[in-house]
Design a protein around this ligand. Structure first.
Ligand code: NDP
Length: 322
């Protein structure tokens, strides 16, 4: 038997139930991994609440790092004992999880399991947003919402690496300090960021708003953009955005609105490994500062979700099985 978190019926954080179940068995193209750290992501809350449907019962969590214990008969290039990290294997809130072999990325020696698990999903999201969805250009002003969060701290750093100026939104003074330490050039509240954007850009507006907050920020995010600016709406921490009339984009300046998702920016192994290797290299050599804002015993997954949804957290949250 192994310890795991199980969801029998979707709902609030109280449906995250610690339990003992049989360990999963790897298929021919899978590896079985002993989890040393599972990453907590906002998507886990959407799956737990039913916003993103998953067949019940299920073990939540899609990200983690650990050591390969068994490999399927069709797997090349991975062996028992290898340390790997992954961002797409449902069942990661557990002592063992089955990971499709093509999703299991070897961890370099100079990166710990915790660092890798803290980095991969949110880091790849920050990478695709700043490098591909709207590639930040030197001198651009961009807005990063929830800049002290998991994605936000990494996105701020990557936008700065590309030569951009970042206007960051946060809800507290402590979070403002963290966003500034990550490189943010200016800080705004969720109420005044559009006005701050106008002021900072001499009336022009910003090149891109990276918006993972959703409902609460959407309208003002459109207001903050320059002509032909891009709104990259990548999440809904405050709730989903209602339907939009395309004519709005014309009236506000021939704007671009996109709703990207990580799966479409890691479409094949080459793209997945390009982004993952950039991130692991940057984390290993100190180019990126990866903040682990909270470590919770696996059995306390409920508290981790309460804290994340309660806006009490910064950086990355990890669940530790041992
Ligand atoms: P965060 O660590 O950023 O946590 C969410 C933050 O959102 C909070 O800390 C809070 O920061 C801010 N927030 C603002 N309004 C609210 C609200 N009403 N309720 C709760 N939080 C609010 O989480 P993640 O880094 O895991 O995820 C950030 C966003 O990125 C999420 O929307 C997630 O779904 C999305 N995402 C999208 C992906 C994609 O490919 N599309 C992939 C990965 C993540 P503050 O207190 O400063 O306001």
């Amino acid at each position: 038997m192994m310890r795991a978190i199980r969801i029998r019926d979707v709902g609030g954080p109280d449906v995250l139930e610690p339990t003992d179940i049989d360990p999963p068995k790897p298929g021919d193209n899978d590896v079985l991994v002993e989890v040393s750290a599972a990453g907590v992501n906002y998507i886990d809350t959407y799956q737990r609440s039913g916003l993103y449907p998953v067949a019940t019962p299920f073990v939540p969590g899609i990200e983690g790092a650990g050591t390969v214990r068994a490999v399927g008969s069709g797997v090349d290039g991975l062996a028992a004992g290898d340390r790997v990290v992954w961002k797409n294997a449902l069942g990661s809130y557990a002592e063992h999880v089955v990971v499709p072999a093509h999703e299991a990325i070897p961890i370099p020696e100079n990166v710990s399991d915790e660092l890798a698990a803290a980095l991969l999903l949110q880091g790849m999201t920050a990478h695709y947003l700043a490098v591909s969805t709207y590639p930040v250009q030197p001198g651009d002003w961009v807005i990063v919402h929830a800049a002290a969060g998991g994605v936000g701290l990494l996105l701020t750093q990557i936008a700065k690496l590309r030569g951009g100026h970042v206007l960051a939104t946060v809800s507290t003074a402590e979070k403002a300090e963290l966003a500034t330490a990550a490189g943010a050039d200016a800080i705004a509240s969720y109420e005044d960021f559009a006005a701050r954007a106008t002021e900072l850009t001499g009336g022009a507006g910003v090149a891109c708003v990276y918006d993972g907050v959703g409902q609460a920020t959407f309208q003002d995010s459109l207001e903050a953009l320059r002509i032909r600016g891009t709104l990259a709406l990548f999440g809904a921490a405050s709730g989903p955005v209602p339907p939009v009339d395309p004519q709005t984009l014309n009236a506000k300046g021939s704007l671009f609105l996109t709703r990207p998702t990580l799966a479409h920016y890691t479409r094949d192994d080459d793209e997945l490994r390009w982004r993952a290797h950039d991130l692991l290299r940057w984390a290993g050599d100190g180019t990126l500062d990866v903040r682990i804002g909270g470590r919770y015993p696996l059995a306390e997954a409920r508290r981790a979700h309460e804290d994340l949804e309660g806006r009490k957290t910064t950086g990355k949250l990890l669940l530790l099985p041992a």
